[in-house]
Design a binder for this molecule. Structure first.
Ligand code: NAP
Ligand code: 8YV
Length: 320
C-alpha cells in the first residue's frame, strides 16, 4: 500500500523530514515547477508540513481539497493564512513550549554578547590586538534594566533568567499581567525609555509589524541595546540601520531579519551589532522535541485523532 502524501512547503529540518518519511510520502513544493504535475498531486495531499518561517497562503490551501492539517515545525506561524485554513476546515498546529528554554537562553546570550562585547572580544584576541592595549570597557549586565516586548511563554522565561542576573524587569504586551509583579508599560516606546536592554519576543505578522520603530529606538537611547529574537518584521530594519548609524542606540543583537537568509549589508558593517542566523531553537535536543511534536500533530491530523498542539485560533474552533 502506498504511503499517504504530505506537502513540504519549506526546507524541513532532517529530524522532522525523517519522521515524516517513515510514514508518509513527502513532496517538496519547491521542486514541483510544473502546474500540471501539481494539479494532479494536490487532491492526494493530506497534510502540509512547514516551518516557523514558511509561507502557507490562501491560494495554496485552496488547491488542497483533502488536506486535514498544517503542521508547523516552530511556535511562530505568522506565514500561515490561519483565517483561510479555518475557512477551508484545515486546522493548523505548531510547537509551543518545547523550544521556550532555548529561545530564552539565546536571548540572554545576545544580551550578554552585546553588553559585554563577547564576540568583539573574541575577534580582538584572534586578530592579535591584545598586546596593543586593553579592550574598550563594556556595559554591566547584572543589575541593569531589562524591557521585554511580549511577555508570553518565552518572554516569561527570559524574565526568569534575567532575574537571576539581578536585572529589573519591565514589559509591554497586549494585556497587563498583574500577577507577575513586573512593571507594565502600555507601549514599546514608553518601555524603551526606561530600560538598558530591550528584547523583542512577540509573534510576527501584521499585528506586530514595526512595533519597534524609529520612535522606540530614540526612546531606547544612546546607552540602550536592542535584542530581536521575535521576527524580522517586528523591527523597522531601515529605522534600526539609521539608529545604529547615528548612535541613536548603543548596539543590537539580532537573530531574525526581514528577508532571511539575507541580512542587509549595512548591518554587517556595524561593530556594535551581534548577528545570529535565526538559531534560537537550534539545539539537538530542542529540534528533536520540535520534530517529535510536529510529527505527532501531522499524524493525529491525518488519522483524525485529537491534535496535540493546535494554534489558539484553531483550538477554540475544535472545542466548539
Ligand atoms: P506567546 O506565548 O504567544 O507570547 C507572545 C507574546 O507577545 C504575548 O505576551 C502577547 O501579548 C505578545 N504580543 C502579541 N502581539 C503583541 C502586540 N501587538 N504588542 C505587544 N505584545 C504583543 O508566544 P511565545 O511562545 O512566547 O513565542 C513568541 C514568538 O517568538 C513566536 O511567535 C515567534 O515569532 C518567536 N520565536 C522566535 C524564535 C527564533 O528562532 N528566533 C524561536 C521561537 C519563537 P499577550 O500576552 O497580551 O497576548
Ligand atoms: C525555528 C522559530 O527556527 O519556532 C519558531 O517560531 O522561528 C524557530 O523555532 C523555525 O521554526 C525552524 O525553521
Amino acid at each position: 500500500m502506498s504511503k499517504p502524501d504530505v506537502l513540504a512547503v519549506a526546507k524541513l529540518h532532517p529530524f522532522y523530514r525523517e519522521a515524516l518519511e517513515a510514514v508518509f510520502t513527502v513532496h517538496d513544493l519547491a521542486q514541483i515547477n510544473d502546474p500540471v504535475i501539481f494539479a494532479a498531486l494536490a487532491p492526494r495531499i493530506l497534510g502540509v508540513a512547514g516551518t516557523g518561517e514558511a509561507s502557507v497562503p490562501r491560494s495554496l490551501l485552496a488547491q488542497l481539497p483533502h488536506a486535514r492539517v498544517v503542521s508547523v515545525f516552530g511556535v511562530g506561524y505568522d506565514g500561515v493564512d490561519v483565517p483561510a485554513a479555518i475557512e477551508f476546515g484545515i486546522p493548523v498546529t505548531h510547537t509551543p513550549d518545547v523550544l521556550t528554554d532555548d529561545v530564552a537562553d539565546l536571548a540572554m546570550g545576545l544580551v550578554l554578547s552585546v553588553g559585554r562585547s563577547i564576540p568583539q572580544a573574541n575577534q580582538f584576541v584572534r586578530a592579535g590586538r591584545w598586546p596593543d592595549g586593553p579592550i574598550a570597557l563594556a556595559r554591566k549586565v547584572s543589575g541593569a534594566r531589562l524591557g521585554i516586548v511580549g511577555l508570553g511563554r518565552i518572554g516569561k522565561a527570559i524574565a526568569q533568567r534575567a532575574s537571576a542576573f539581578g536585572m529589573s524587569i519591565a514589559y509591554t504586551a497586549r494585556t497587563e499581567k498583574k500577577d507577575l509583579g513586573f512593571k507594565f508599560y502600555p507601549t514599546a516606546a514608553a518601555l524603551a525609555a526606561q530600560v538598558d536592554f530591550l528584547v523583542a519576543i512577540t509573534p510576527g505578522g501584521e499585528g506586530t509589524k514595526h512595533l519597534i520603530n524609529a520612535e522606540v529606538l530614540k526612546a531606547l537611547g544612546p546607552r540602550g541595546f536592542l535584542i530581536n529574537v521575535a521576527r524580522g518584521s517586528v523591527v523597522d530594519e531601515d529605522a534600526l540601520i539609521e539608529a545604529l548609524s547615528n548612535g541613536t542606540i548603543a548596539g543590537a543583537g539580532l537573530d531574525v531579519y526581514v528577508n532571511e537568509p539575507h541580512v542587509p549589508p549595512a548591518l554587517l558593517r556595524f561593530g556594535n551589532v551581534v548577528l545570529t542566523p535565526h538559531m534560537a531553537s537550534a539545539t539537538t535536543e530542542t529540534r528533536q522535541a520540535m520534530a517529535d511534536l510536529a510529527f505527532a500533530n501531522m499524524q493525529a491530523g491525518i488519522s483524525g485523532q485529537p491534535l496535540r498542539t493546535p494554534v489558539p485560533e484553531c483550538a477554540a474552533l475544535l472545542i466548539k
